[in-house]
Ligand binder design. Structure first.
Ligand code: FAD
Ligand code: MLT
Ligand code: ZN
Length: 471
């Protein structure tokens, strides 16, 4: 800690007390690596403020002392955004103790809570008042709403309810200089100037610390209908998606895709998992309808899928007939991420394309990767209903770091060039963090990058918020 400002520790201690500081190396360790152990760093101090006033005091001190700050929520991020660098000079500001649900207003359909509340706890609190908070991710038991908003998280219900940005009405943010922006408005309409809320959402801890949010609740669905389908290609699944949207309207909540190699990963690794369909199919989709009315949902899904079978849109269909079957189908989908991690080293791409461009993209990207490295293992899955693919390349577990870095650069260029050609995004839902920072610089136009830099400079003139991430 020799390079730290001499009064930093003493001033932070005065601001948050001993309970708000983590100084011991072993106790700091969990805050210094991401959950994949892909990024590892070192922090000078981990600070855990207990409320907004303490967070403001911490930021005021870091501003005065030019101390860099990495905000961390549940540490489940996929892009290394919450991990400090290796210098040992960065303070990690953990939101773990900002964990109160401040109020729930069922008539206004809103819930106000602090940034460190776990996503699963928000879902449960909404359910207690017979409402629904629709953001849903595989990490929901560990990720925080502050992290969800800072990364503008997506997940499995974006098709129907939108991503985190669309689920927030107001924010409270501690600015880099320690001032507090009290933007906790519970309004659906507010045209009083620039949209500061949307500036902080998706800013990955580079503009301020989100300390609380007003979230939008929805009516609670009481019925679900779930099916698994097999199809010969992505084009067929895109046709099916259009049909389901026409037939089922807003009841269509999820349309998740898995390629055959993605499904095979789970089947290889998890003995209790059974293949949902008997035959072989190049692509699979997990489809879910939900409604606030109980009647007729399964029949609606069945009719729509029968028509799709007749039109050869899909090759086979399995409708879930019980809660246990539905759970088993979701377990397959939600297990891919971990299965992929166990199987080897993944070069991950989190891309978004217009849905109409998905089929051509997959064909071109598959061909280009196979040409670059014959036999390459492509693990393609994701939120097809949102045009968001996790189009990953899996390398052997023993791939040395230099070979992994070289392969990553090569595969990134192939995949991201094709994404850019199709007017897509190289970061759909996981954020930029460290993982895609240089790629962002490569693909953002000069004008857009310049505007982003000006925003950063005006809000964080001392450049203390999450340096080395995003921008
Ligand atoms: P962290 O990892 O702690 O932080 C992420 C970023 O946000 C960092 O840049 C950090 O500095 C910043 N940050 C955190 N809290 C704040 C705050 N209060 N104020 C300002 N900045 C802050 N993501 C998806 O979008 N869709 C998925 O389907 C999905 N599935 C996942 C499945 C698994 C099994 C796992 C492990 C992760 C998955 N993720 C998914 C990624 C991850 O869970 C999300 O990015 C999540 O939003 C991160 O929340 P967190 O609290 O863990 O944030
Ligand atoms: C998912 O959709 O399962 C997540 O975003 C996780 C991942 O991409 O690995
Ligand atoms: Zn995802």
């Amino acid at each position: 800690m020799s390079n730290l400002h001499p009064q930093l520790l003493q001033r932070l201690h005065a601001a948050v007390g001993a309970a708000g500081l983590v100084l011991d190396d072993a106790a700091k360790a969990p805050y210094e690596s991401d959950w994949l152990r892909k990024w590892n760093g070192r922090s000078s101090i981990v600070v855990r403020p207990a409320d907004t006033a303490q967070t403001a005091a911490v930021m005021g001190i870091c501003h005065d002392t030019h101390t860099p700050v990495v905000t961390q929520g549940g540490n489940t991020g996929m892009s290394g955004g919450a991990t400090p660098d290796a210098s040992g000079a960065q303070v990690v500001l953990s939101t773990q103790r900002l964990n109160r649900i401040r109020s729930v207003d069922p008539l206004n359909n809103t819930l106000t809570c602090e940034a460190g509340v776990l996503l699963a706890h928000i879902q449960a609190a909404a359910q207690e008042v017979d409402r629904f908070f629709p953001l849903s991710l595989g990490s929901e038991g560990s990720c925080t709403i502050g992290g969800n908003l800072a990364t503008n998280a997506g997940g499995i219900a974006v098709l129907r309810y939108g991503n985190a940005r669309e689920l927030a009405l107001g924010l409270e943010v501690v600015l880099p200089d320690g001032r507090v922006w009290h933007g906790l408005r519970a309004l659906r309409k507010d045209n009083t100037g620039y949209d500061l809320r949307d500036l902080f959402i998706g800013s990955e801890g580079t503009l301020g610390v989100i300390t609380a949010a007003v979230l939008k609740l929805s009516p609670r669905p009481v019925a679900r209908a779930t099916a698994w389908v097999g199809a010969r290609d992505i084009a067929a699944l895109v046709q099916l998606l259009a049909r389901l949207r026409a037939d089922c309207g807003e009841r269509l909540v999820a349309f998740e895709m898995l390629s055959a190699p993605s499904l095979a990963l789970i089947l290889e690794q998890v003995s209790e998992v059974r293949a949902p369909l008997a035959g072989e199919h190049a692509f699979h989709a997990l489809i879910e309808l939900a409604d606030t009315q109980g009647e007729g949902l399964a029949a609606l899904l069945e009719r729509s899928l029968e028509a799709a079978l007749e039109n050869a849109c899909v090759q086979d269909v399995a409708l879930s007939v019980s809660g246990a079957q539905t759970q088993a189908l979701w377990k397959i989908r939600e297990g891919i991420s971990q299965a992929q991690m166990r199987a080897g080293k993944a070069v991950k791409h989190d891309i978004a394309l217009p849905i109409s461009a998905l089929a051509a993209f997959v064909q071109q990207a598959d061909a280009a990767l196979q040409a670059a490295q014959p036999g390459v293992r492509i693990i393609n899955f994701g939120h097809l209903g949102d045009g968001n693919l996790h189009y990953n390349v899996l390398l052997p577990r023993d791939t040395p770091p230099e070979a992994l870095a070289a392969a990553t650069a090569r595969f990134n260029r192939i995949v991201h060039d094709l994404v850019a050609e199709a007017q897509g995004s190289i970061s759909a839902e996981h954020g930029v963090g460290q993982l895609r920072r240089d790629e962002l610089r490569h693909y953002k136009s000069e004008v857009e990058f310049d505007l982003m830099m000006r925003v950063k400079q005006s809000l964080d003139p001392n450049q203390i918020m999450n340096p080395g991430k995003l921008i």
